[in-house]
Design a protein around this ligand. Structure first.
Ligand code: SF4
Length: 64
């Protein structure tokens, strides 16, 4: 499984609040208008950001 961010759901107009709940510091954002990025090396796919994001922009997908 891996975590992805759906750009169509993320408004990309504020600091990503999910960065604060990630236990791995796997979410980063270059500026408040940027789509957040996931560091796949750090992400443990715990799902906290998925539950936290009010826009439902974080998605867990099965590896193909
Ligand atoms: S799934 Fe968990 S570890 Fe991965 S980015 Fe989201 S909060 Fe961080």
């Amino acid at each position: 499984m891996k975590l992805t961010i759906n750009a169509a759901k993320c408004p990309q107009n504020h600091k990503c609040p999910a960065m604060a709940v990630c236990p791995q510091s796997a979410i980063s954002q270059t500026n408040i208008y940027a789509l957040p990025q996931i560091d796949a090396e750090k992400c443990i796919v715990c799902g906290k950001c998925v539950k936290f994001c009010p826009k439902g922009a974080f998605e867990i997908t099965e590896d193909k």
